[in-house]
Design a protein. Structure first.
Length: 64
């Protein structure tokens, strides 16, 4: 677990909030929660834990 946290810190802790926001907006959980809303339209949809779990689980498997 410590190795994972160290790798996470190495990859993401140097990014600022804007860069992290841009990354998240390109990922499936964000896109699916927003549906067909235009990019500039506010959204209060909740990104489900299940959606995040499924998406990030595949990312962990790809990196192993």
């Amino acid at each position: 677990m410590q190795k994972f946290l160290d790798e996470l810190a190495d990859d993401y802790f140097f990014l600022d909030a804007y860069e992290l926001e841009l990354m998240v907006r390109r990922e499936d959980p964000w896109i699916k929660a927003r549906g067909d809303l235009p990019r500039d339209e506010p959204c209060r949809a909740i990104i489900t834990k299940e959606s995040m779990r499924e998406f990030y689980k595949t990312r962990v498997i790809e990196e192993e």
